[in-house]
Design a protein around this ligand. Structure first.
Ligand SMILES: C[S@@+](CC[C@H](N)C(=O)[O-])C[C@H]1O[C@@H](n2cnc3c(N)ncnc32)[C@H](O)[C@@H]1O
Length: 385
């Protein structure tokens, strides 16, 4: 099953559990750029039952290698599968059964070779939790990331790393921004153009992570889900694909410093010929900018504004380009000088041979060349001088 944003939202479950390998792949990419990204840092996983979350498992298992100062993980009372899952399934407490839900907090300040196997890893964390019942405690406020006690923990943290509930993404990001935290979190690609998110991207206070955002991600989902993509042979867990998932961060990484290769005049000539067109780039009818249908065709020698698909952000290098707006934001577009939006646009477009009807809230850029068409969702960029 492929779940787009709407399906994921209407399911209202927010229960998509991140795979260890996806966390590992993303985090390790930051280490390639700066091996000290996490050194002496307190990492807080604030939507993560330590007994089931692979975020907790990854950071606990790699505590010493990453050089963490502290790892904090808090779970949420409302979690559908809290206490039932994954990571520490062999872990037992007291009578041999871990009781179901009750939000808890685990704080770890060191991981030593407790099992004496000569290496420090997840088995040692398990032993540590067994031998030190006080390392985990119940949370009075139910583990809501916005609760007072979780905010107190947030204040201690340097970096928040998690996959928060999709339905609370705006609130989640607002909290991290308010407390000026570093973060590496999973969200939905549709959030890129949210009014609350895009200004942060434009201001280079937030960018996409390393994993290519166009591929979607597989998540573990609760056993009782009827619809899923496949069953993971190793874990026996049901897996669903969310085609619109990506990482959001304000931690620096190498990919955002790689220059994107651009289309030179010579390339452009070939390109125009191959398209049998006089001019390979079209201009919007209602906005003074060039339409560039893919990041692969960004011209090297155009000084003005260019409209590119959202996938450009995957290649965005802030030293090379400036982001000036996004076509979904009507206010921003008016400030940038768009001449018609919404109903005005549709009227002008139809008068020039286009077809289509106005719907409330529509934001579009229009092209007449080679034939009338409308363009949805463009990020507007310009070369840095
Ligand atoms: C998308 S799941 C991801 C879980 C885990 N972070 C992972 O990646 O495997 C989001 C989790 O946040 C929990 N959650 C929902 N509302 C929450 C809230 N207000 N505060 C904290 N956690 C919440 C859900 O129960 C769910 O377990």
């Amino acid at each position: 099953m492929n779940l787009g944003l709407t399906a994921a939202k209407t399911a209202k479950k927010d229960e998509f559990y991140t795979q260890y390998v996806d966390i590992q792949k993303e985090v390790e990419a930051y280490l390639e750029y700066d091996p000290d990204t996490f050194r002496n840092k307190t990492v807080y996983c604030n939507c993560d039952d330590p007994f089931e979350s692979n975020f907790f498992k990854y950071f606990a298992a790699n505590f010493n290698r990453l050089g963490l100062r502290k790892l904090i993980s808090t779970s949420y009372d409302g979690s559908l599968i809290a206490g039932g899952q994954i990571t520490f399934d062999e872990y037992t407490e007291g009578n041999g059964e871990r009781e179901k839900p009750k939000a808890i907090c685990v704080e770890i300040e060191e991981v030593t070779d407790l099992d004496g196997d000569g290496a420090v890893g997840i088995e040692d964390v398990k032993l540590f939790l067994e031998r030190n019942p006080h390392s985990h405690r119940p949370l009075e406020g139910g583990g809501d990331f916005q609760s007072e006690e979780c905010i107190e923990l947030l204040k201690q943290a340097d970096i928040v790393v998690t996959n928060p509930p999709f339905s609370l993404f705006k609130e989640f990001l607002a909290l991290l921004t308010k407390h000026k935290k570093k973060f590496l979190v999973i969200g939905n690609t549709n959030a890129i153009t949210y009014l609350e998110v895009f200004p942060l991207i434009k201001a280079n206070s937030l960018w996409l992570g390393c994993t290519n955002f166009n591929v979607g991600m597989f998540f573990e989902v609760p056993d009782e889900w009827k619809k899923y993509h496949h069953i993971n042979e190793e874990t026996g867990k049901k897996m669903a694909r969310v085609s619109t998932s990506c990482w959001y961060t304000n931690l620096d990484h190498g990919r955002r410093h790689e220059p994107l290769s651009l289309m030179t005049q010579a390339d452009n000539l070939k390109f125009s010929k191959s398209l049998a067109k006089k001019d390979s780039y079209s201009r919007y009818m209602n906005f003074d900018a060039l339409e560039v249908g893919t990041y692969k065709e960004i011209p090297s020698d155009y000084d003005g504004i260019m409209g590119v698909p959202v996938t450009f952000l995957n290649k965005y290098n802030p030293d090379q380009f400036e982001i000036v707006g996004n076509s979904d934001d009507g206010k921003m577009m008016r400030e940038l000088g768009v001449s018609q939006l919404g109903r005005d646009f549709i009227d002008a477009y139809r008068a020039n041979g286009g077809t289509g009807h106005y719907s409330p809230g529509m934001r579009m850029l229009g092209l007449f060349d080679p034939s009338p068409r409308v363009i949805y969702k463009r990020i507007l960029i310009r070369h840095r001088k």
